[in-house]
Each structure stands twice: as structure tokens, then as C-alpha cells.
Write a protein that binds this ligand. Sequence first.
Ligand SMILES: [Zn+2]
Length: 142
Amino acid sequence: MQRRRFLFWVSLGMFQVGEALRINALDRLAAATLGSGQVAADPETDSDDEPEAEEEEDEGEPGSPDPKRRARHGRPPSRWLRSLKADELRIWLKTIDPPEAGVSGMTYWTHLTRDHSFDADKLTGLTVAEQAQLHAAAHDGY
Ligand SMILES: [Zn+2]
């Protein structure tokens, strides 16, 4: 648990630096640090050829959420965000203040897991208010 918490803070730092410097690979690396996604040795990181077809993401304004992710309404949000567990999400959510993004006809839980690619196991324990905040973060491009 201590190790996981340490890795969480390390990955949080990576994610924020990656956002600030527009380093696409850092989102992947931050996710990999927490044990999901591919490892750092991603072909995309050392190639200046055309972008990978895989998953077009990242290219944020310095220090802000990614306009591309925001443009597609956080579907999906960053890999890093999806790699966090509930207790880590709870910590991170307190550091941001995204504009509200409501859902209709279903719960946040259903929408987050069905449409925003979140893993249900990782959301277990979040309150409805926290789910709403996470949903707002996804729509804001995190
Ligand atoms: Zn949504």
C-alpha cells in the first residue's frame, strides 16, 4: 500500500509535467507506473514518423487539460486518469475545479464505466459527488 501510494505521487508528478510540457509519452508512462497500459518502451516515443493509429490523444495546452480529449468529451479520458484507484482519484479530484458536466437518463457510475472507459473496480468507493467531479474532469479534457 505504501509503495502504491508512492507510485501514485510519482505518476501524478509525471502526468502534470507531461501536461505542462505537452509530452505525450508521459501520460502513458504515468499509467504504466501504476501498472496499467504499456511500458515506457512505446514505439511512439522515439519515432518522428506519422502518429500511431492506436489512440490519438494528448497535445494539451501547457498546464491545462488536453483540448483533444475535451473535444471528444473525455471519451476516453487520459490513460493516467483511468489508471487511478478510488482513493487516488479522491486525492486528485481535490486539486482541480472543472466545469460541471451532467448526465441524463443514467447514473454517473453507468456513464463513466460504459461511455468513458473507466474500470468499475477502480471507481468502487467514490461518492456520487466524486463521480460527478470525475465525470466533469473527463469532459474537461483530463
Ligand atoms: Zn460524459
